[in-house]
Write a new protein. Structure first.
Length: 455
C-alpha cells in the first residue's frame, strides 16, 4: 500500500509525456555492466564517423528554473579535477573504440563557459590526440553569456568551434529577477559581437516560455529583442516545472506560474512573431532562418531527434563523456554515473564510469525511426519505415488509434501516411506515445491528448 508521502508525491507530479529525445526513453534505463559498454565500443564500425558529447556539470550561480544536471562551483579546484578525469575518459574510450573519425562535437552542461580559455584549449588537444576531427565537423558549445568572455570565444574559434548556443531564456528584467538570472542586454550584445568577430556565425538563442512573471507582453519584448540580434536558430522551450526532482524550482513558488492555456498563448504569440521576422518553424520548438543547417536537413529529410533536441548530425554513434552524459550506440544507450564522486573515482582507477543503459533490438530501432519521424515532420508512414528496416509489421493496435484520431480531426490520412492537422499539433507528444512500446497504453488516446501534460 502506498505511504502517505508517496501518495502526496503522486498528486504533486502531473502526468508528463516524453519529449522523445531518445527512444526508448531514459525511463527504461537500468543498471548495466561497464563490460557490456566495452563490447559495444570494440565493435563500432571503423569507417563511420562518430559524434562526441561533453558534459560540463558546473555553473557559477543557480538559475531557479534550471532542470539541467549541474552543480554550483565558485572555486576552480573541482573543475580542474573534473577536467583531469574527463581527459582520462577520452583516452580510455579511444583506446577501446580505436582512433575514430569525428563529424560532430557538442559541449553542453551545466555551463561549458565556466572552463577557462586554457582549460578548453587543453581539452580540445586531448580530443585531437585521440580522435580524427573531420575538417567539416560541426563543433558546438552552449554559452552562458554571464561566464563567457572575448578571450574564451577566440579560443573556441581557434579550436574549430563553429556553432554557439546562448542561454538567453528571457530579456525582461522582472522575469530575470524571478528566475534568479540577471543578464543585461549589453552582455548579450557583447557575446554576439565577439562570436561574429571570431567567425562563429551559427548562433542559437535558447528561450523559455511558461516561467513565473512571464506574460504575453514580456514574451513580445523577448521576441522583439531576439529579432534585433538575428540568431540563425532559436529553441523555444516550454518551462518544465519538476520541483519533486529539482527542489530549487520551489524558490519561485511565490510567483504565479502560467497555466496550460497561458503557456499555449505564449507559445502561439512567440511563434507568430518569429514567423513574421522571417524564421521557419522546425518540429516541436525550433525556428531557423533560411540557410540554417537544421532547416536544410529538414528539407532534405535528414533531420532527426536526439539528446540535443533536433539534429542534422548523420552519425549513428554518439559517445557521451562526463558525469551523467548519455551516449547512443548502434547496440544501445549508455549513461555515465551522475554521481560526481563515483564518476571521478572510477576514472581515477582507470575504470569506465558507465552505470546505466539499455540494449536495443531491431524493433526498438524501427519504432525509434517512426517516433523520430512523427516528432520531426508531424507526419508518418509507419509501414514504409518498417519496410525500410526489413520488418514485417502490421501496426494493427496503432492503426485503430490513428484512425480514431482522424475521426476527431487531429490527424488526416493520405494512403498509409498520417499527417497531424493544425488541431492535432498541440498533441504531438501524446500522439507519439502511440508508437512507444514501453508507454502504458492504458488510457484512451483521445483522453491522453486532452488530459496529459505537454509541459
Ligand atoms: C545547459 S543550459 C545552456 C547553457 C548555460 N548553462 C545557460 O544556461 O546559459 C541548456 C538550456 O536548457 C534550458 N532549460 C534549463 N532548464 C529548463 C527547464 N526547467 N525547462 C525548460 N528549459 C530549460 C535553457 O533554455 C538552457 O539554456
Ligand atoms: S540554466 Fe544553465 S546557467 Fe542556469 S543553472 Fe542551469 S545550466 Fe546553469
Amino acid at each position: 500500500m502506498p505511504t502517505q508521502k508517496a501518495m502526496k508525491l503522486q498528486q504533486e507530479r502531473p502526468k508528463r509525456l516524453p519529449r522523445y529525445t531518445s527512444y526508448p526513453t531514459a525511463l527504461e534505463f537500468s543498471d548495466i555492466e561497464p563490460t557490456l559498454y566495452q563490447e559495444w565500443l570494440c565493435t563500432l564500425p571503423d569507417d563511420e564517423p562518430i559524434s562526441l558529447y561533453f558534459h560540463i556539470p558546473f555553473c557559477e550561480k543557480l538559475c531557479w528554473f534550471c532542470g539541467c544536471f549541474t552543480k554550483i562551483s565558485n572555486s576552480e579546484e573541482p573543475i580542474l579535477r573534473y577536467l583531469n578525469v574527463l581527459s582520462k575518459e577520452v583516452a580510455l574510450i579511444a583506446k577501446l573504440a580505436g582512433r575514430k573519425k569525428v563529424s560532430h562535437i557538442h559541449f553542453g552542461g551545466g555551463s561549458p563557459t565556466i572552463l577557462g580559455a586554457q582549460s578548453f584549449d587543453e581539452l580540445m588537444s586531448v580530443v585531437r590526440d585521440n580522435f580524427d576531427i573531420l575538417p567539416d565537423a560541426e563543433i558546438a558549445i552552449e554559452i552562458d553569456p554571464r561566464t563567457c568572455s572575448e578571450e574564451k570565444i577566440r579560443t573556441y574559434a581557434k579550436n574549430g568551434v563553429n556553432r554557439a548556443s546562448l542561454g538567453i531564456q528571457d530579456f525582461n528584467l522582472e522575469v530575470q529577477k524571478a528566475i534568479n538570472r540577471i543578464q543585461p542586454d549589453i552582455l548579450i550584445a557583447d557575446n554576439v559581437r565577439w562570436l561574429r568577430e571570431a567567425g562563429i556565425t551559427n548562433i542559437n538563442f535558447d528561450l523559455i516560455y511558461g516561467m513565473p512573471r512571464q506574460t504575453l507582453d514580456t514574451i513580445e519584448e523577448t521576441i522583439y529583442k531576439t529579432g534585433e540580434f538575428k540568431p540563425s536558430r532559436i529553441a523555444l522551450f516550454g518551462y518544465a516545472h519538476v520541483p519533486w526532482m529539482k527542489k530549487h524550482q520551489k524558490m519561485m513558488d511565490k510567483h504565479h506560474l502560467p497555466d496550460q492555456g497561458e503557456r499555449q498563448a505564449m507559445f502561439d504569440l512567440a511563434s507568430r512573431r518569429l514567423l513574421e521576422l522571417g524564421y521557419h518553424a522546425i518540429g516541436l520548438d525550433h525556428f531557423a532562418l533560411s540557410g540554417d543547417s537544421l532547416l536544410i536537413a529538414r528539407e532534405e529529410s535528414r533531420m532527426k531527434r536526439n539528446f540535443q533536441g533536433y539534429s542534422a548530425d548523420p552519425a549513428t554513434t554518439m559517445i557521451g563523456f562526463g558525469a551523467s552524459a548519455i551516449g547512443s550506440l548502434p547496440s544501445g544507450y549508455i549513461q555515465n554515473s551522475p554521481d560526481l564522486k563515483i564518476y571521478t573515482e572510477s576514472l581515477e582507477n582507470d575504470k569506465i564510469p558507465a552505470s546505466r543503459g539499455l540494449m536495443v533490438d531491431a524493433t526498438d530501432l524501427m519504432y525509434r525511426d517512426v517516433i523520430s519521424t512523427v516528432m520531426s515532420y508531424f507526419s508518418v508512414d509507419p509501414w514504409a519505415i518498417a519496410e525500410r528496416h526489413g520488418i514485417n509489421h502490421d501496426f494493427s493496435r496503432e492503426k485503430a488509434d490513428l484512425d480514431r484520431l482522424v475521426g476527431v480531426g487531429y490527424l488526416s490520412c493520405e494512403g498509409t501516411t498520417y499527417h497531424l492537422t493544425k488541431e492535432g499539433k498541440p498533441y504531438l507528444r501524446a500522439i507519439a506515445t502511440l508508437f512507444d512500446q514501453y508507454f502504458p497504453q492504458k488510457s484512451n488516446i483521445i483522453d491522453r491528448c486532452v488530459h496529459e501534460s505537454e509541459g
